[in-house]
Write a protein that binds this ligand. Structure first.
Ligand SMILES: N[C@@H](CCC(=O)N[C@@H](CS)C(=O)NCC(=O)O)C(=O)O
Length: 211
């Protein structure tokens, strides 16, 4: 059975799709509208009561939460070397960055896109958005400082966290007043290298087409 992925372009599901491509796995996309303010489709709620993508379906059932899905896939197809093995000296750092990206950084983006998730009052939205922007600035700076001169997030080891970094870098948008990627030159250097990969050409045809 091939994997199935509850999916929407420009969402975190796009990062999972990149990982599936990198791992050379067959998968079927279940296109999901996450833009509407209305209730989420029952098929999505049946596999993730939070109504969020991504959700990966495999033989044993669904898994949601990006960090979990990425770790699960990389470990399951470990021959592709996208995650350091349990016991490897880089395993802890791998998990740190993956979960930092999929929780802290992703959440800061959400504050700028979906302030209504963080405040019950419309009047609270501008404050949430402003705080989200502040967090984005400081969190990307933390990543940039951690990379320094290193070729990849885990020194010489290319891994799924570099792919995740690339995906998040594509979310930076003038439209929301986000900082420019060029402000974080070390992040940009890694994102540019990931962008050369065939998986990105397949999953992000518009981005690649624009360069
Ligand atoms: N912590 C979750 C967050 C997932 C999430 O926020 N997904 C967004 C797309 S990136 C979504 O489905 N948003 C739709 C909504 O908020 O209604 C994860 O890492 O999977």
């Amino acid at each position: 059975m091939s994997y199935q992925l509850f999916y929407s372009d420009r969402s975190a599901a796009q990062g999972v799709r990149l990982i599936l491509e990198e791992l050379d796995q067959a998968y079927e996309l279940i296109e999901t509208d996450i833009k509407s303010q209305g209730p989420r489709p029952p098929e999505l709620l049946a596999v993730n009561p939070n109504g969020l993508v991504p959700v990966l379906i495999y033989e044993e059932g669904p898994i949601y939460e990006c960090g979990a899905i990425v770790t699960f896939l990389c470990d399951r197809h470990s021959e592709y070397g996208l995650a350091p093995a349990v016991g490897d000296r880089y395993r802890g750092l791998f998990l740190q960055w993956l979960f930092f990206f999929s929780s802290s950084l992703q959440n800061a983006f959400s504050m700028t896109y979906r302030a209504n998730r963080f405040s019950a009052l419309d009047s609270g939205y501008p404050g949430i958005e402003q705080q989200g922007l502040k967090k984005l600035m400081s969190l990307w700076q933390i990543v940039d400082d951690a990379i320094g001169e290193k070729p990849w997030m885990l020194d010489e080891l290319f891994s799924a966290v570099d792919i995740y970094l690339f995906m998040l870098s594509t979310w930076l948008s003038d439209q929301y007043g986000h900082p420019d990627l060029a402000k974080f030159s070390n992040v940009e250097r890694i994102a540019d290298k990931v962008k050369q990969r065939p998986s990105v050409a397949k999953v992000y045809p518009t981005i690649i087409g624009a360069t």
